[in-house]
Design a binder for this molecule. Structure first.
Ligand code: PLP
Length: 283
């Protein structure tokens, strides 16, 4: 596999970064993930916009114009002969003597790689998954997509140990989001509910795309916090992310959602999202 590292494409065993990199020492880095489905790069404009926003929020300079980032993603996909999987981007503030205060004028470290995977028609998408509940352990700027993911790692590992496939996080009695996904419910009266964007959650690109599609089809939507109890009593529940697309949630904590099967609205959103994905740019 080829890795993009600071302007060059190199074999993976030659892609080396300093131990003094601030991404390694402080988690002082951001990342982005775009899905590739049958050669289509999904919602990449949204992902590149969020990539630029995350960097701007941390005052890390954009390592190259976004159009060049897009060309690099496509070149990496081509070199790695990818048709299905993910393209990962990471930019750290750069390499410097370890000091909380970053030296002036650092050059960001820019890494990108691909990971092959078939992202659609997966068992999780077909059958739905059981999702654990956990108090949200993260910091207050979850809108920035930083590599500081220890809270998510701990939550996901604990969920799996307890026999769940994934985990939704909660704060003040309300669901914030999944550990690596956006959380949605469908109320018994047929309204799709997901939390509004704020510093409390990552503004999901798949969330945006799914909400736009739902709105175009005239489905009722509310962007607001929802409680754990509301989620457990919902007609349907699902999560979205670049790498999972739309996954039905059929159990949340100790509660079965609806009749324990993926519901019709979730199925419909899965279908229209996959169709929209296949209409995205083919690379
Ligand atoms: N929320 C968190 C915490 C995430 O890590 C992710 C994706 O990894 C998402 C939401 C979903 O975002 P997207 O749909 O842009 O992949």
């Amino acid at each position: 596999r080829h890795i993009f590292l600071n302007g060059s494409y190199v074999p993976e065993d030659q892609a080396k970064i300093s131990v003094m990199d601030r991404g390694f020492l402080f988690g002082d880095a951001i990342y982005e993930v775009t899905a590739l489905v049958d050669g289509h790069l999904i919602d990449n404009g949204l992902h590149l916009a969020r990539f630029a926003r995350s960097l701007a929020e941390l005052g890390i300079p954009l390592p190259m114009p976004l159009e060049n980032v897009r060309e690099m993603q496509i070149e990496l996909i081509r070199r790695n002969q990818m048709t299905d999987g993910t393209v990962y981007l990471q930019v750290s503030r750069g390499e410097a003597e370890r000091n909380f205060h970053p030296a002036a004028g650092l050059s960001p470290t820019f890494v990108a790689f691909t990971q092959p995977a078939k992202l659609y028609d997966t068992p999780a998408q077909r059958d739905g998954i059981a999702v654990a509940l956990m108090s949200d352990p993260r910091w207050e700027r979850r809108d920035i997509k930083t590599v500081m993911l220890l809270g998510q790692v701990i939550a996901k590992v604990a969920a799996r140990t307890d026999g769940f496939s994934d985990v939704w996080l909660h704060e003040d009695g309300c669901i914030t989001e999944g550990a690596s996904s956006t959380a949605f419910i469908l109320t018994k009266s047929g309204t799709i509910v997901t939390r509004q964007n704020s510093h409390a959650i990552l503004p999901g690109c798949t969330r945006r795309a799914v909400l736009d599609l739902a709105e175009q089809r005239g489905l009722a939507i509310e962007e607001r916090p929802f409680t754990i109890a509301e989620a457990q009593n919902a007609a349907e529940a699902f999560l979205t992310s670049a790498s999972s697309l739309v996954i039905p949630v059929v159990k949340l904590g100790d509660s079965v959602i609806g009749d324990g099967q993926p519901g019709p609205v979730t199925r419909h959103l899965q279908e229209i999202y996959l169709a929209a994905a296949r209409a995205c740019e083919k690379v």
